[in-house]
Design a protein around this ligand. Sequence first.
Ligand SMILES: O=C(CO)COP(=O)(O)O
Ligand SMILES: O=C[C@H](O)COP(=O)(O)O
Ligand SMILES: [Zn+2]
Ligand SMILES: [Zn+2]
Length: 283
Amino acid sequence: MLVTGIDLLSKAHKDGYAVGAFNTSNLEITQAIVEAAEEMKSPAIVEVSEGGLKYGGIEVISAIVRTLAQKASVPIALHLDHGTDFNIVMKCLRYGWTSVMMDASKLPLEENIEVTKNVVKIAHGMGVSVEAEIGKIGGTEDNVTVTEREAAMTDPAEAYKFAKETGVDYLAISIGTAHGPYKGEPKLDFDRLKTIKGMLNMPLVLHGASGVPADSIERAVSLGINKINIDTDIRQAFTARLRDIIDKDKVVYDPRKILGPCKEAMKEVVMNKMKLFGSAGRG
Ligand SMILES: O=C(CO)COP(=O)(O)O
Ligand SMILES: O=C[C@H](O)COP(=O)(O)O
Ligand SMILES: [Zn+2]
Ligand SMILES: [Zn+2]
């Protein structure tokens, strides 16, 4: 069934687990996520970036995700990931999305507050929940100095002010993860997470979670992370299986014989994340 993001995340916040938010931009990735959720009896968030929307087109992507979510035996939310353009956020609301992220984290704090507050007002009027970001979640962290890393992290006092003034439903914080494949091992600032959770007492979101070791993920969940974004690990599973198939079989030409096994590889990744995040069995 199709539900709102806050339906899923308020339960996760209360009971101390995290719901995976998996990026999609086509049919097979969406099938992999929804089938994994059903098999694991887990809730799931299917999310699409602005780039993903451009790739698939909002009508088509909305229809794919909504149809599969409505048919699913477990609760699924349809979420806009890193909406940086106010008009795209509004478009997702018009297309019946059940959760949106307004990511104005590149703007100064007061401007981020203004933009986010406005989105919260409109989205809440339509029964849709909102994520926002405070701090800067980078790309891969090569060439980032310690001072730069520290400056990009979420300041707990700013996060508190932001949450209070915007009325946002869940908040993405920066504690040392980065989008994309890691060059070295990510080091998470657990003390910062603990402080922020203690001050805000609301669902918190971890971006850039692909490639983060399982013990760090478990610790982050135990300290109050309730939504975990995964894209790169799924993309890599897809590509590895694709290479394997066409390397081994020089005559295969039916896309279904290629994409079917690729979907299974992505599904495996998603199921393992659901077990790790503690959402399996909660759907
Ligand atoms: O945060 C993400 C999407 O918003 C995904 O991060 P990864 O690149 O680590 O999978
Ligand atoms: O946050 C980034 C997500 O992995 C989406 O990436 P994308 O902008 O390449 O679709
Ligand atoms: Zn961002
Ligand atoms: Zn992200």
